[in-house]
Design a protein around this ligand. Sequence first.
Ligand SMILES: CC(C)(COP(=O)(O)OP(=O)(O)OC[C@H]1O[C@@H](n2cnc3c(N)ncnc32)[C@H](O)[C@@H]1OP(=O)(O)O)[C@@H](O)C(=O)NCCC(=O)NCCS
Length: 226
Amino acid sequence: MSGASQNTASSASPIIKNQHPAGAQIKALRLQGKRIMMRPLVPSDHAAWSEVRLRNGEWLSVWEPQRSEFIADPATDYQAFERRCAARDRERLAGTSYTLGLFIENTFVGEVNLNNVLRGAMQTGTVGYWIDRAHAGNGYVAEGVAVLSHFAFEELKLHRIEVCIIPRNTNSKKVMDKLKFRLEGLAERFLEINGVWEDHLRYGFTIEEWQNRKAAITQQWLVTKT
Ligand SMILES: CC(C)(COP(=O)(O)OP(=O)(O)OC[C@H]1O[C@@H](n2cnc3c(N)ncnc32)[C@H](O)[C@@H]1OP(=O)(O)O)[C@@H](O)C(=O)NCCC(=O)NCCS
């Protein structure tokens, strides 16, 4: 062993066994709105997540990519859910995706995600979401996206976020109306949804727009410090 590598080894901080140095950052993320809280899902959320997913089968499946028959369903397979949580933790650590459970008074009701985070010249991310039909119609997802926008622009310092919606998904377009995201246009055959290459409307929101509307969004959806 060379002298240089011996020096490096002796001056390095020890890593506690089985504990990643960024572990606290991975697990501790909590985003708070006026009525909602969002945090990464953990294996112990399986029972709640699975109950909501199974009860909302068609409500969700018509708006989501088809699940491969070769991949275990996390809704019915605890270990598949555990692997899903671990994969999401790794993505968050790498800074590529932030997948968050949506909670109302500690009850799991859906998910709001910031996916496909790209740095370089784009500094962008794609927002996706869904909610239990039993809790739909309360503006909870709009609040979740407002909270995620704050995180994306103020914490991650992204320049732009986007939401992509099939034109016939009127409920999701209502979320965009509430948040006043800017309609950019139609991307043809943009994403595979339920087995079909579907056209999607692309809604954009940049940091310049965030800065102009931050005060109003904060007042309506976010927790203000007193
Ligand atoms: C799209 C979705 C996330 C909206 O979430 P939400 O928190 O209910 O959003 P809102 O409360 O703003 O409601 C949006 C519209 O849904 C409709 N709606 C409300 N409650 C509903 C219910 N129980 N059943 C059906 N539609 C309902 C209303 O038209 C409402 O618009 P309005 O508030 O102007 O009346 C939710 O409908 C959902 O999860 N749908 C299935 C998955 C999906 O489409 N994901 C998005 C893919 S881009």
